[in-house]
Design a protein around this ligand. Structure first.
Ligand code: FMN
Ligand code: SF4
Length: 432
């Protein structure tokens, strides 16, 4: 297995919040180089790197930057999505705590590209200590002239503000995040217009994830092609993976994209070290609550955006939850469903009413004598309607884990529904 460190290279540094030490070990070189390049040349490196957005949707960062550059309008805002509300995901926290200058430098390079003077980092509200540490790192970056006026003598003025998140999962959705940043209710906006045209305070806006920005200094410094070569031909670089659940050694691991299988990630001594004593792997849950459930038969799938996609799976947020076979699948799915019931913002009916109805079906399916084929039909329709008709990604993806689990383990989902019961065709109470 290849080992490559881009984001974790300085992670063992005893004082990760000191910009002076960051610069002493070569930090800031990407920004220094970017200050002498044209915006188009910087974007061309980001495109060559094939950096896919690390926030979950895997949209190519270079294309996003190119589209924003082509849009007329000034000022253009730079926003970092550090809401990290996805359960099982803690890699942005790792970057902000252990490698905050990669994020700051990446945002300053974006400032150079778009001629922006201010960037905003929307940090999950529960991450109070992270916010304090980041504020300290920003002060240190100002002292080292990586932020502030006339950055590194280039004439660029760029600074960053921290915005504390509003404590809702949906605030991680980029339009809800901008509403929340503006002081409005954190609810998604209708799109189009796209945020690149009408974003923060109505101005053209770039929203990227923490890990996406943090990769930009390396891309500019080593060149997009070299970055691409470190990862997969279709998606350059590395990925921070958050391993949790019943793995023996949970934590954040940096893996070159395309170099490690799911099995190696969970079971090799270099990474997860297998399951904790007494536990045997039942399934993996990838990419967050709205990501797919993976049966052990797919463990030899390579961890890259395209290999996972071809297997019907997804990288998503980078979460990998290893769940022991002592956990009943329907109980797990009901816990996922409860999360969506709680986090639905209530704006649209497919999500507001659909999630409680899904939960009711799952609870019925888990109890012998409470479900029948009508429950399965209802569940199928709910999955379809919610995916097709929900207003934002939260509702559209809320049944993704269920759908993949159903495909992978049909018997476990349907077992109790195949027995005769008195409730045939009954609609879940929650939607009526
Ligand atoms: C319900 C919901 C929650 C989301 N939460 C996050 C989040 O916590 N962090 C994040 O970076 N992206 C999150 N996203 C994705 C963002 O909308 C957006 O795609 C991302 O910030 C873009 O950055 P990237 O292109 O660098 O990935 C979420 C999307 C949805 C629909
Ligand atoms: S799908 Fe609808 S109710 Fe659910 S979070 Fe999005 S806008 Fe709100």
């Amino acid at each position: 297995m290849r080992t490559v460190k881009i984001l974790m290279e300085g992670a063992d540094e005893p004082d990760p919040l000191s910009a002076e030490r960051y610069v002493a070990r070569g930090g800031g070189a990407g920004l220094r180089k970017a200050l002498g390049m044209s915006p188009e040349a910087i974007i061309s490196e980001v495109k060559a790197a094939r950096l896919l957005g690390r926030g979950g949707a895997a949209y190519p960062a270079g294309n996003k930057w190119e589209q924003l550059l082509a849009i007329e309008g000034f000022p253009k805002h730079i926003v970092c999505n550090a809401d990290e509300g996805e359960p099982g995901t803690f890699k942005d926290r790792f970057i902000m705590e252990r490698a905050p200058f990669l994020l700051i430098e990446g945002m300053a390079i974006a400032g150079r590209v778009f001629g922006s003077s201010t960037g905003y980092i929307y940090v999950r509200g529960e991450y109070r200590s992270v916010q304090r540490g980041l504020a300290g790192a920003m002060d240190s970056a100002r002292a080292a002239n990586l932020l502030g006026r006339d950055i590194l003598g280039s004439g660029l003025d760029f600074d960053v503000e921290i915005v504390s998140g509003a404590g809702a999962y949906v605030c991680g959705e980029n339009s809800a995040l901008l509403n929340s940043t503006q002081g409005l209710a954190g609810k998604p906006r209708i799109k189009p217009p796209h945020l690149a045209e009408v974003g923060l305070f109505g101005a053209p806006t770039l929203v990227n994830n923490v890990e996406s920005f943090a990769n930009v200094p390396a891309i500019v410094n080593m060149g997009g092609k070299a970055f691409l070569d470190l990862g997969h031909p279709e998606s350059g670089g590395t990925k921070l993976v958050c391993l949790s659940g019943h793995a023996a050694r949970p934590g954040v691991y940096e893996i070159p994209l395309g170099a490690v299988t799911l099995r190696e990630l969970v079971f090799s001594q270099e990474y997860g070290g297998g399951m904790r004593p007494g536990s045997r792997l039942g399934f993996l849950h990838l990419g967050g609550q709205s990501g797919p459930v993976v049966q052990p038969a797919l463990l030899d799938t390579v961890y890259s955006y395209s290999d996972l996609r071809k297997a019907g799976l997804a990288v998503g947020s980078g979460a990998v939850v290893a769940v022991g076979d002592e956990v009943p699948l329907l109980d797990y799915l009901a816990a996922v469903s409860r999360f969506f019931v709680r986090e639905s913002c209530g704006k649209c009916s497919p999500c507001r009413n659909g999630n409680p109805a899904v939960l009711k079906c799952l609870l019925d399916l888990a109890e012998p004598g409470h479900a029948d084929r009508g429950t399965l039909d209802m569940l199928r329709s709910l999955c379809e309607v919610m995916t097709q008709a929900s207003f934002c990604g939260l509702g559209r993806a809320a049944t993704a884990a269920l759908k993949s689990a159903w495909k992978a383990f049909p018997e476990e989902i349907e077992r109790n529904a195949m027995r005769p019961s008195a409730s045939a065709g009954r609609f879940p109470e929650a939607i009526w």
